[in-house]
Design a protein around this ligand. Structure first.
Ligand SMILES: NC(=O)c1ccc[n+]([C@@H]2O[C@H](COP(=O)([O-])OP(=O)(O)OC[C@H]3O[C@@H](n4cnc5c(N)ncnc54)[C@H](O)[C@@H]3O)[C@@H](O)[C@H]2O)c1
Length: 476
């Protein structure tokens, strides 16, 4: 673990290096700026609203919005009305939205098992698609998505937003130029300490405005004898059941069993059930595997791992709550990734470890840079090596002058990345050049295969190949 002083110096090193030797500069995206992309969104739950809140209204606008859940639909509509378009059309049925049309592209932010069916519907209706990660539930589905986009001449992007994160773009540029030397190891993790369940919002001002009551005021009326501590004592699943009753009352059409979920918890917490998700590896690990693939310009050949349901044994989930994996890449390179739900000591990071230096990217919003062979409190900068004419990491007062670029980090890079990712997608659609997206279908597919193989190694306690998609496909 780094000491506070080391963190401060490492951050200053990254910032200084970015000023002296910028590898990322904000792009203009002229085509989508001249005519913002006209889009729709399917799924305005947590992530759908993050996309809506961070997209740039100068580059994209939303003509239609669709969600099965009345609360998420109302919340998503509210964001669109205030940020983009007061006349947005609102749907609970994707087919109806697509047949009404009036937009060129669709953002999809729904549970994993729906990614491929919804993407294929949108592509066959002639719409470009930005689909959230992980790309799809099976390799076969990834292939169908890629083929459908190609056949229809449409753009397909996958929501691995590190490709659009200024810190990762900066790091990628430096790594490409050999600043870290040879990199044999990337260490990534995403650790949390909670049951990983979405808990209903008891008090929500916006829904109160729309529906005239909060969930709590409604529940109080329904259970007049209940005391405040009775609400507090409820299990998350009990709270979710109550929440879904409330939703059904707001919209009698709404019934989670109509959409393939057996219980409200399955719909609200689809990521805990294998029928809808591949658990920690797909929901968290896919991002970090994708980043590693991108930084190393390759994909893992095999994976070995361990894990299981270690802590939440009796709460109904059937996906692992601990995963530990080691991915072998071409060129004797190794990614070690773990994700756990019982301790968040280090939270989440990607640590790129080269023979000449280390880049440490934490929480998608902080970048630290260290030179190998120096104390971690050493001030580092980038200079041009006289002999090779290549950029190198250096220490020493004379090299520490700053360039004129604006400071890079303000702690919001994670959110900026969603906006830039959407700018990239809009520009690709506007110019008809699919290569302008951050994460392509092929990139998304590579990360997805690694996810499936990782779960398989844990399930079967065997080394799994990641570069033989037919082997993995057969397992699902
Ligand atoms: N890129 C990221 O950093 C990031 C972060 C979180 C989640 N995600 C991804 O975003 C997606 C959504 O995750 P979430 O956390 O927002 O889940 P969520 O449960 O909060 O929201 C999903 C929404 O999709 C709606 N939905 C499901 N099927 C639908 C259908 N057929 N038609 C219309 N609406 C439908 C649900 O009603 C729900 O409101 C997932 O794929 C997840 O992996 C990405």
């Amino acid at each position: 673990m780094l000491k506070q002083e080391e963190i401060i110096v490492g951050r200053r090193n990254f910032e200084r290096a970015a000023m002296l030797y910028p590898k990322w500069t904000e792009r203009e995206f002229p085509a989508s700026q001249a005519k913002p992309l006209e889009a729709a969104i399917i799924g305005t739950g947590n992530q759908g609203r993050v996309l809506l809140e961070n997209a740039n209204p100068g580059h994209i606008t939303f003509k239609a919005c669709c969600d099965l859940r009345p609360d998420h639909r109302a919340l998503g509509t509210g964001v669109i009305k205030s940020r983009y378009n007061p006349d947005v059309r609102v749907y609970s049925d994707v087919d109806k939205m697509l047949s009404d049309g009036g937009f060129e592209a669709v953002l999809i932010a729904t549970p994993l098992h729906t990614h491929a069916p919804l993407t294929l519907k949108c592509l066959s209706a002639g719409k470009h698609v930005l689909c959230e990660k992980t790309m799809a539930y099976t390799v076969g589905e990834c292939d169908e998505m890629i083929q459908a986009a190609e056949k229809n001449g449409l753009v397909l992007a996958i929501g691995h937003q590190r490709h659009a994160n200024p810190l990762y773009l900066q790091a990628q540029g430096w790594i490409d130029e050999g600043l870290l030397g040879d990199i044999y190891h990337i260490r990534s993790l995403w650790h949390r300490n909670n049951e990983w369940r979405n808990i209903p919002e008891w008090e929500n001002d916006y829904l109160k405005e729309v529906w005239g009551s909060t969930l709590l005021s409604w529940a109080r009326k329904k259970m007049p004898d209940a005391k405040p501590e009775d609400f507090k004592k409820m299990s998350t699943v009990e709270k979710i059941n109550l929440h879904f009753e409330y939703l059904h009352e707001q919209d009698p059409e709404f019934d989670c069993t109509r959409y393939g979920y057996e219980t409200p918890d399955q719909m609200a917490n689809w990521r805990l059930y294998h029928k809808f998700s591949h658990g920690l590896m797909s929901e968290l690990g896919s991002h970090q595997i994708d980043a590693c693939n991108w930084l190393w310009k390759s994909a893992p050949e095999s994976v070995v791992g361990a894990g299981g349901i270690f802590h939440y044994k009796n709460d109904g989930r059937d996906v692992f709550d601990h995963v530990f994996t080691t991915f072998r890449y071409p060129g004797d390179r190794t990614l070690v990734f773990s994700s756990i739900t019982t301790n968040d000591f280090d939270n989440y990071y990607d640590q790129v470890m080269g023979t000449l230096g280390t880049i440490y990217l934490t929480g998608e919003s902080d970048g630290l840079l260290f030179k190998e062979g120096e104390p971690r409190t050493a001030e580092v900068a980038i200079a041009t090596d006289k002999k090779s004419k290549k950029p190198v990491l250096v220490t020493g007062e004379s090299n520490l002058k700053l360039g004129s670029a604006a400071p890079l980090m303000d702690g919001t890079e994670r959110f900026k990345a969603y906006g830039i990712e959407i700018n990239m997608f809009a520009e690709a659609c506007r110019t008809g050049n699919p290569a302008l997206v951050g994460c392509s279908g092929q990139d998304g597919r590579k990360a997805a295969i690694a996810v499936f193989a990782a779960n398989e190694t844990i399930r079967t306690n065997t080394v799994q190949p990641c570069n033989l998609p037919e082997v993995i496909a057969a397992a699902h």
